[in-house]
Design a protein around this ligand. Structure first.
Ligand code: SAM
Length: 345
């Protein structure tokens, strides 16, 4: 695989323009790329599919500014949408292998019979997609002369749905281990994150506590907290990724969490302010700490007076001033190479 961005995606899609038929769906892709594709190849019958509400909102806003008539859909699975004649997958540079396989599989099932799946690869020489597509679709076409970063296939016949997912186990005491289902496109696919583990070992959860898990992923941290809070406890799980929320619900039900609510939101909207004893966060430290700041501010308004906020990071220098700004002084513990900030409202 040559890691080099080649021609812009709208130009790559021109190569297969004669194959594109409405209704068309762009499956995932960064907001910038999707908006460019909508501008060049979209019409009223075009859908942009995303897992993340924040990304979806960005696409919706930019598309509206440019008067592009697309519908933007956020669902846990692509195959939850009605059938399309064409699905286009604008692949992210450095994207997760398992997610690519999952989208290939789900695209097959969301296509109408005879429908066409197009892959736009950011790699100059892509050796991943041809064999992976062949396994699901049978025949693969690579129409670019001198390069192979556009592929198309046609849905023919039938095949059984194959879900890409991995289960991982977390030991909670001598006799018990919890089993969590994870799927591609959600943080820490197939494993319990080390930072999350470090925070869960440090957290103190009073009996009957009301806990909020901000950016819950597949729900590990809140579910481990629920176990300690007992039958009288309750958990609010929050995430902007609707697949993460679906997995959290699946895991919380399977593990018998007695009282929980989920909130699919990019702004931590929904849980009631001033009602939580504990808030947990293992934020993504991206985009100049925007999400970390969002979680810090939200934790402060969600907590009761005297409630506790736990946040895990490796970036102590960058996080410390932000935590002090929100909470004044905090305690910091080191565990497993991570820093756990503990602040009291
Ligand atoms: C580093 S992961 C942590 C997941 C899980 N809590 C764990 O510890 O394994 C951060 C999570 O925050 C979510 N997230 C990112 N931006 C968000 C936002 N604006 N609002 C809510 N959740 C967000 C991501 O979807 C992801 O699931």
């Amino acid at each position: 695989m040559t890691r080099k961005k080649t021609r812009p995606f709208p130009e790559l899609l021109d190569v297969v323009a004669s194959r594109l038929k409405p209704p068309l769906c762009f499956a995932l892709g960064s907001p910038r790329e999707v908006v460019d594709l909508l501008a060049s190849h979209g019409d009223a019958d075009t859908t942009s599919f995303q897992f993340d509400l924040y990304q979806a909102d960005r696409i919706r806003t930019e598309a509206a500014e440019l008067d592009l008539p697309a519908s933007i859909e956020c669902k846990p699975d692509l195959w939850d949408l009605p059938n399309f004649q064409t699905v286009v997958f604008p692949v992210s540079l450095g994207g997760e292998r398992a997610l690519k396989l999952d989208i290939i599989e789900q695209a097959y099932h969301v296509l109408a019979p005879g429908g066409v799946f197009v892959v736009l690869s950011p790699y100059e020489k892509d050796d991943f997609f041809a064999p992976a597509l062949k396994k699901v679709f049978g025949r693969v076409h690579a129409p670019m002369e001198g390069g192979n970063n556009v592929f198309w296939c046609q849905r023919e016949g039938e095949r059984q749905r194959r879900r890409h997912e991995m289960t991982f186990h977390v030991r909670v005491d001598e006799e018990t281990s919890y089993s969590f289902t994870s799927r591609p496109g959600v943080f820490s696919y197939g494993r319990f994150d080390f930072g999350a583990r470090a925070m869960c070992e440090a957290m103190e959860i009073p009996e009957n506590a009301r806990v909020a898990d901000l950016g819950c992923g597949v729900g590990t941290n809140g579910i481990l907290a629920a176990r300690r809070a007992g039958q009288g406890g309750s958990i609010a799980f929050v995430d902007s990724n609707v697949r993460a929320i679906a997995l959290t619900e699946l895991n919380a039900h399977a593990l018998g969490v007695p009282n929980f609510e989920t909130f699919a939101t990019p702004t931590v909207a929904g849980p009631t302010d001033g009602t939580f004893d504990v808030v947990l966060a293992n934020p993504p430290y991206i985009a100049q700490m925007t999400v970390a700041r969002l979680f810090m501010d939200a934790s402060h308004r969600l907590l009761k007076k005297g409630g506790t906020f736990y946040l895990v990071t490796k970036q102590i220098e960058a996080v410390n001033p932000l935590m002090e700004e929100t909470y004044g002084s905090c305690e910091i513990f080191e565990n497993r190479g991570y820093y756990i900030f503990v602040a009291t409202r």
